[in-house]
Design a protein around this ligand. Structure first.
Ligand code: ATP
Length: 443
């Protein structure tokens, strides 16, 4: 009799923002086919999010990984299924879709996990993926410019041994792809309040449903939570506004904040990384057209921090900062350069200390008016009575901000962001629950 081989299949970059499809759907179809062929899943399908700051992503930079036990003689058949499914469903006409498949057998080596960590924090090349694959004995298949092999291989490298969450993705019937969604908000609020372990369902601040995308893709909704049970229960309670036939539960690194790296100085911040950095506010916030708020942060180097318009009321906190306050900023960075200011796109802000005094032009002791500067180092003079003073004065200011942790409303959260309300860390994989997948065999 055949012995069994552990096979990891990673897939990425199959979809198009304008023409639809979703790598998770392709993964679900492939999972259905593999189950039908007798493969034994050793884990829920994995949805692995990678660096959210890279320029190539279509949406959330996610790769899909299936981990299966397959009779030795069937390994090649499963790999062929993966290729056939990609070739049938990927949107090859979109320049952004450059599908990649990675196949590894056996245990995930540390070197591959290291590649995943780099794919979470840096911008990598296709060549690096091929070099790593050769070292760990993985086989890659890349289509078009082959970029998808980066995410496919990196996804395989994250077996989610530490923190993880779950997302149940519900797919629309084909005839509804591209049509407007009509998810019933009241049912989602009720579900959110009833199921403690399901999260990120409803944004009460912005009064909007968070489980449904606005794209033309096959996903109708994604229900997120701490356990497979919670997301399946959430699905049973949600009125999604149309008949559905297919869904799958993914185990994922979403909402773990694995994307953040702590740095001790602004000068250490790498292009495209997501960082946690402490520093002193060195430039008061400015609001620009479009409603974006920026301030400068200093810690052995200066960097701009931004609360963009979609972060809504979070901007009210950011705009109350003043020079001298100390903060811990969390967020993703773009690439700095000659014509580009390197900026942290804030995902969270911890206000550590708030200053209650500022140095300002002295007030004339005779007239009570603010004195004018006479030029750099030349002191100050009262315009009216000509009284002079040499130094600025420390004055007390009222503040409308206190130390604490602040975050944008849910609709602005990134997939990887661990929200303040999520205090758990889930260890290891949990056993399969019944009905973790429902997918038509005929695809
Ligand atoms: P979706 O979330 O809908 O699946 P997406 O945002 O994942 O879409 P992709 O079409 O997968 O978008 O595009 C991301 C591309 O970037 C893929 O080709 C992937 O292999 C590649 N990629 C992922 N991480 C990195 C990285 N760190 N450096 C360079 N390329 C990367």
């Amino acid at each position: 009799m055949d012995s069994m081989t552990l096979v990891h299949l990673g897939i990425d970059s199959t979809d198009s923002l304008t023409e639809g499809m979703c790598t998770t759907y392709l993964g679900a179809v492939l999972a259905g086919r593999a189950l039908h062929a007798g493969a034994v899943f050793v884990d829920y399908p994995n949805l692995i999010r990678l660096n959210p700051n890279i320029p190539y992503k279509t949406r959330g930079n996610g790769a899909v990984v299936l981990r299966l036990e397959v009779p030795d003689s069937q390994v090649q058949t499963i790999v062929e299924y993966a290729e056939e499914t990609v070739e049938k469903l990927a949107v090859f006409s979109d320049p952004q879709a450059n599908p990649g498949i990675a196949v590894l057998t056996g245990k995930v080596p540390d070197l591959l996990h290291h590649f995943y960590e780099r794919a979470l924090h840096r911008l990598l090349t296709v060549e690096e993926a091929y070099t790593t694959a050769e070292k760990v004995g993985a086989v890659l298949k890349g289509y078009k410019n082959k970029r998808g092999v980066i995410g496919a291989l990196a996804g395989v490298g994250e077996p989610l041994l530490h923190d993880h969450t779950y997302e149940l993705l519900v797919y629309r019937k084909r005839e509804n792809w591209g049509r407007e969604r009509h998810v019933n908000g009241e049912s989602i609020k009720k579900m959110d309040k009833t199921i403690e372990d399901a999260f990120f369902n409803y944004d009460y601040e912005e009064n909007t449903v968070c489980i449904a995308p606005h794209t033309v893709c096959p996903v109708l909704a994604g229900i997120r939570g701490e356990s497979a049970e919670s997301v399946l229960k959430g699905f049973s309670m949600a009125d999604l506004g149309e008949e559905t036939e297919e869904y799958v539960i993914y185990r994922t690194n979403q909402h773990t904040s694995f994307h953040f790296e702590k740095v001790t100085a602004v000068g250490e911040i790498e292009d495209y990384s997501s960082v946690i950095v402490e520093g002193t506010v060195s430039g008061n916030p400015v609001i620009i057209r479009g409603g974006h708020v920026f301030f400068e942060l200093e810690n052995r180097g200066v960097i701009r921090c931004a609360a963009f318009e979609p972060t809504k009321r979070f901007r009210d906190i950011v705009r109350r900062l003043r020079v001298g306050d100390t903060v811990r900023a969390y967020g993703g960075c773009n690439r700095g350069g000659e014509n580009r200011v390197k900026t942290i796109n804030l995902e969270r802000l911890d206000v550590l200390t708030v200053t209650h005094h500022v140095y300002s032009n002295p007030v004339c002791p005779m007239c009570g008016k603010s004195m004018s500067s006479e030029g750099k180092g030349k002191g100050f003079q009262c315009k009216r009575c000509k009284t002079r003073k040499q130094e600025k004065e420390l004055t007390e200011i009222g503040r409308e901000i206190s130390p604490g942790s602040y975050e944008p409303p849910p609709s602005a959260w990134r997939h990887l962001y661990k929200m303040l309300g999520r205090t758990r860390t889930n260890q290891g994989s949990s056993p399969f629950i019944e009905n973790w997948i429902k997918i038509k065999d005929s695809q």
